[in-house]
Design a protein around this ligand. Structure first.
Ligand code: HEM
Length: 187
């Protein structure tokens, strides 16, 4: 899958969930996420992982400041369910670590689909995470990473790392959005 940005031959339409590696490869080509960017992301991994706790806490603590996002983390008593929040931070940490590896494997592509479904097809109350909050969460992640890179790396390297991560995160966001549309073929 990591063949850079060489355009693929266009084939007939397919359902993304039946061929996630292809969907992700096509999106990588579309946003220009190439081998150079993947290498930049991997090089940034130690810095990202060093700040993992800060990044995941910043995201989930932010969710708790708005009732519309906090409601997904409350217990039956209406208070923040600390154990559940801790599990969520742990899951987010795993996602961050796997993303930083930038190993765009078949396994990772279906892992992303499972994360998409965990949010968009969530059965228990209060139901699915609204798609606009997923988009907002990606924006928060981009901002937090850019700030980490700006404080840890020389200017040029920070810009390259932010640019590469921005592409990767929005490719992932395109996967997360699949959970909110009826299955339909894409070209
Ligand atoms: C950058 C966007 C996000 C990422 C990368 C992310 C990542 C994850 C991951 C990896 C999991 C574990 C999935 C699993 O167990 O298979 C998870 C679960 C969950 N996330 Fe997120 N998340 C994001 C945004 C959000 C937002 C915006 C909310 C709510 C405001 C949210 C609430 C939850 C909840 C409630 C679960 C548990 C789902 C369940 O009931 O099983 N997440 N998230």
């Amino acid at each position: 899958m990591g063949d850079g940005v060489t355009p693929a031959a266009s084939g007939p339409g397919y359902l993304p969930a039946t061929d996630m590696p292809r969907f992700i490869r096509d999106m990588m080509q579309f946003v220009g996420l190439g081998d150079e960017d993947l290498a930049v992301i991997r090089r940034s991994a130690p810095i990202v992982l060093q700040h993992e706790r800060r990044l995941t806490s910043a995201l989930y603590d932010h969710f708790l400041t708005f009732p519309r996002s906090a409601r997904f983390f409350l217990g039956e008593d209406g208070e923040v369910d600390a154990a559940r929040l801790e599990r969520r931070k742990h899951s987010l940490g795993r996602w961050l670590r796997e993303s930083a590896e930038a190993a765009m494997t078949q396994e990772f592509s279906y892992y992303l689909l499972s994360v998409a479904l965990a949010h968009g097809h969530r059965g228990q109350p209060p139901g699915a995470i609204p798609p606009h909050l997923m988009i907002g969460a990606m924006s928060l992640t981009q901002t937090a990473l850019a700030s980490v890179f700006a404080s840890e790396l020389p200017h040029g390297d920070a810009a390259a790392a932010s640019g590469a991560w921005n592409k990767l995160l929005l490719v992932q966001l395109s996967v997360f959005m699949l959970a909110y549309v009826p299955p339909r073929p894409v070209a």
